[in-house]
Design a binder for this molecule. Structure first.
Ligand code: ADP
Length: 479
């Protein structure tokens, strides 16, 4: 089965969040299921540098204003198709925003370009290859099935995966004439959304199947609280909506081989985590007082509940804990963590920025990872935490609820607990969870048992890749 995957970020080339990890891991995870996946992504400057020497295999004389080519290359096990379109992607800043953190004003064109290129490839006339299925990710690729509907690939099955429905690619009606869609596409059945243009809505309406990244989130987005206005539309697609939980790349995230750690270790050697703990403590300038080290590796945003965490830092320190934060995001939240670090030298530290190697050491050197998200489609850092013996303390929502077994009495007695869940996401909710964490942390035997249980849980792609493969087969049988 030949599948074209379309994503705006792909690890290890470009990553701003979990989408990149998933897009980067899926091809390898699907290969044992008889699926050959090629991945189409934009040719941002970092990508073009990394794939120097790649071959041109096709192109477009005019893709929204200038010529563009498709380059093909094998890169670190990925079979990549790169859309080389300098007028769209040769920019100074990140994939979506300029250096000052402002969205590029032509993002609609940049990602319509990605989607149109994907649809044309699917039509079979652009490169010497044609997929059986097209699998697109998030709003940036969500126009692909819309273009397919009106083009040569209208009989090719498509899947849209929602990694976060909060980001919908919503633009004013003035962009519509520039999208190269027929006039009827500006209607309730396609991209029109309360008078505006919504890329995500267009995808939800036209993809043959819609998936999201955990079963709980698949339920939650049917409600007004989490559906962000698209809940009615999703309800109408219930029979084709699937929640398939993300896995992680267990080669890249393997504490037994991870070169970013001070010491590698496995479930039978968790005492060796101590060397990583010391390295992390040195990095964050922690004093040597006993007590658990909590970490955060996250975008610093309200979605991630970082304001709630900021409110309880003083209590966490008072109770004998330390907090190491790696992240960036809202300036107000960055300032709150900086001020907490200034109030609690030796106890609270923050590294503002994006640091992949440090994110590995955080998991290996902390005792627990805090994830108080208000909503969380799947979440990956709790899965890394499980794998590294860094106990996840998570809000009971979305993929966090699906992947962590709460340390309640019954689960502890049965030896199946892997972390702590709490709700509601309020300062008091988190304080109560922390009280439970501290109590168990002081019972070293029980704590270690929970760490080992987490390390042994299956966080690989095996099961979920099988689910995607089954879905593809079903769609092919239908088409
Ligand atoms: P989201 O995609 O909503 O940001 P996920 O938990 O799904 O959240 O994925 C976040 C990914 O980004 C994880 O791989 C996490 O380790 C990584 N990450 C987040 N912030 C940082 C950071 N500051 N430095 C390094 N990695 C980070």
């Amino acid at each position: 089965m030949q599948v074209l995957s379309v994503a705006s970020e792909v690890f290890p080339l470009v990553k701003t969040g979990g989408l990149a990890d998933v897009a980067g891991a899926l091809p390898g995870a699907l290969a044992p299921h008889g699926v050959t996946m090629r991945t189409l992504m934009p040719g941002y400057p970092a990508v073009m540098r990394a794939i120097e020497g790649a071959k041109v295999v096709g192109g477009f004389p005019n893709l929204f204003g200038a010529p563009a080519s498709i380059l093909a290359v094998d890169h670190k096990g990925l079979d990549l198709l790169v859309l080389d379109a300098p007028h769209l992607y040769d920019r100074d800043g990140g994939p979506y925003m300029d250096r000052a953190g402002r969205d590029y004003p032509d993002n609609f064109r940049r990602f319509a370009g990605l989607s149109l290129a994907a649809a044309e490839i699917a039509g079979g006339d652009v490169i010497d290859w044609k997929p059986d299925i097209v699998h697109v990710h998030d709003w940036q690729a969500a126009l692909t099935p819309v273009y397919m509907r009106f083009g040569a690939a209208h009989q090719t099955p498509s899947v849209l995966t929602i990694h976060n429905i909060a980001f919908q690619g919503l633009f004013g009606p003035n962009v519509f004439p520039e999208l190269a869609l027929p006039p009827e596409a500006f209607s309730v059945d396609y991209v029109e959304y309360y008078g505006n243009v919504s890329f995500m809505k267009g995808g939800l309406k036209t993809a043959w199947a819609v998936t999201t990244v955990s079963p709980s989130y698949a339920q939650e987005i049917l409600t007004p609280e989490f559906g962000m206005g698209l809940e009615g539309l999703l309800a109408a697609r219930l029979s084709t909506l699937h929640g398939i939980v993300n896995g992680i790349d267990t080669d890249i995230w393997n504490p037994q081989t991870d070169a970013n750690l001070k010491t590698t270790y496995g479930p039978s050697g968790i005492k060796k985590r101590e060397a990583n703990r010391q390295a992390l403590s040195a990095r964050f300038g922690f004093d040597l007082t006993p007590g658990p080290i909590f970490c955060v590796v996250s975008r610093l945003t309200l979605q991630k509940g970082m304001d709630v965490l900021a409110e309880v830092i003083d209590d966490l320190v008072e109770a004998g804990g330390k907090l190491a934060v790696l992240g960036s995001g809202d300036q107000v939240l960055e300032a709150a963590f900086l001020s907490a670090a200034a109030r609690h030298p030796g106890r609270v530290g923050i590294v503002i920025g994006y640091d992949e190697p440090l994110s590995h050491l955080m998991q290996a050197g902390s005792d627990a990872i805090l994830i108080p998200s208000r909503f969380e489609p799947c979440g990956l850092t709790q899965l890394y935490g499980l794998r590294y013996g860094c106990v996840p303390v998570v809000a009971r929502t979305g993929g966090l609820a699906d992947t962590i077994i709460d340390a309640n009495e019954a689960a502890l007695a049965a030896g199946v607990a892997t972390g702590f869940q709490f709700s509601p996401v309020t300062a008091d909710g988190l304080r109560q969870a922390l009280r439970r964490v501290f109590a168990l942390y002081h019972d070293t035997k029980a704590w270690n048992r929970m760490q080992v249980q987490g390390m042994k849980s299956d966080v690989s792609w095996d099961l979920s890749a099988g689910r995607y493969a089954t879905l593809y087969s079903r769609l092919l049988a239908k088409g």
